[in-house]
Design a protein around this ligand. Structure first.
Ligand code: BES
Ligand code: ZN
Length: 389
């Protein structure tokens, strides 16, 4: 009797502390690692922590690895006298260091624009816009330039621009402010430091021992882009999946579900594509895949998109959910939809910190709201007649 009482008190204390504080604890524990770029120690550290949380709840976890080629900017700049101005290599750019005078190209870099400027042997400077980066770069190369700087046409840095092909010329994207600092004939040193190599990604798959044919799969990507700590994108979705696992652990839902943290999403849905490819039988048995991506900042009210029947079920179960069509950007549900799985994508819109160094905050209450909505939707979906497949 006495022992039972003690146990109950202890249990309540433990339950109380985990239930109240976990999203907050997990948030600060994971955010500390910094940007979780696939293939980096921070990404691995975050994964090990998250995996440990699933295990502590009583789930089995397994890791699934995959690899793909990636272009990395190791830190590129243009030096003008004593000043070093930051820029970002365009994907596909050659690496290299070029010291030469600046040649300002009037316009956006058409062959005619280059004819009007003498860029031979120089670092050409063109404006962003109107024609693809690769064409500007090819035109610069054909005109004899030794390097190319593309100046942004909107505020901020020109980050993650891509040539879409390999061009044998160092090409740097810079902000309008940096571009304004480059003057005709001025000697500069353009340093584009890049690496092209294979990256290894690792998905974490959590499930109750013995479950091999789940009906539902809850997923979120845990990687983030370089330079962004990825609080909203997508520690928010990651913590929603973990919280759902926590809430379901002693319910029948745990015996019908898989929880997956995808890696490599920011490099083109790599982890979810690998998962679908490597788990064809499991994926074929799913009734639904729920994806959570950017659910921690209320740029918009919580919304869903995806399979029509699932969207309807969700909005019936949670009338405040907005339905949105398209928009919202690409995320891992797309890999499952492509494989014929009914998907439901939860998100709260794009906020100003998206893919920025300022993506450091989220509201745990919004994550709870998301998990509440997902649970209600799941109840509605599972109580409906089983799918015929
Ligand atoms: N988290 C975003 C997708 C997103 C955007 C969700 C807005 C909700 C609202 C995702 O990580 C991302 O950046 N996706 C890319 C495409 C992907 C294939 C690299 C995008 O949307 O541009
Ligand atoms: Zn994302």
């Amino acid at each position: 009797m006495r022992q039972l009482g003690m146990r109950a008190v202890l249990g309540a204390l433990l339950l109380g502390s985990t239930a109240v504080a976990s999203i907050e604890n997990d948030f600060s524990a994971v955010l500390k690692f910094g940007p979780r770029v696939t293939g980096t120690p921070a990404n691995e550290g975050a994964r090990t922590y998250l995996e440990g949380q699933f295990r502590a709840l009583g789930y089995t976890t397994r890791r699934e690895t995959f690899s793909y080629p990636r272009f990395d900017d190791l830190g590129s700049d243009v030096r003008v006298g004593e000043r070093t101005l930051r820029g970002f290599a365009l994907q596909g750019s050659a690496g290299g260091e070029v010291s030469a005078p600046v040649a300002l190209v009037p316009g956006v870099g058409t062959p005619e624009d280059f004819r009007g400027a003498n860029v031979r042997g120089k670092v050409a400077v063109v404006r962003r816009g109107q024609l693809p980066f690769a064409q500007k770069a090819r035109n610069a190369l054909a005109a004899g330039a030794r390097g190319l700087v593309v100046v942004n046409n909107t505020d901020g840095e020109l980050r993650s621009g891509t040539l879409g092909e390999r061009v044998e010329l160092p090409v740097l994207g810079v902000s309008t402010t940096t571009g304004a600092g480059l003057q005709e004939g001025q000697p500069v040193t353009l340093a584009v430091r890049v690496r092209q190599g294979d990256v290894r990604g690792v998905n974490v798959v959590a499930y109750k021992a013995g479950v091999t044919r789940p009906e539902l799969l809850f997923g979120a990507h845990m990687d983030s882009v370089a330079g962004a700590p990825g609080a909203n994108d997508n520690l928010s979705g990651t913590l929603a999946v973990l919280d759902l696992a926590r809430r379901s652990v002693n319910t029948s839902l745990a015996n019908r579900s898989y929880f997956v943290l995808f890696d490599g999403e920011e490099d083109g849905l790599r982890g979810s594509r690998a998962f679908v490819k490597d788990n064809a039988a499991l994926v074929g048995s799913l009734r639904a895949m729920f994806n959570f991506d950017m659910v921690g900042v209320n740029a918009d009210p919580l919304g869903v998109s995806g399979d029509g029947a699932l969207v309807n079920a969700a909005r019936e179960a949670v009338p405040t959910l907005q339905a949105f069509s398209g928009g919202g950007g690409g995320s891992d549900h797309a890999s499952f939809a492509q494989a014929g799985v009914a998907t439901l994508f939860f998100h709260t819109g794009i906020d100003r910190n998206y893919h920025q160094p300022t993506d450091t905050v989220l509201d745990p209450a919004l994550i709870r709201t998301t998990v509440d909505a997902a649970q209600k939707t799941v109840d509605a979906v599972l109580s409906a007649a089983p799918a015929s497949r």
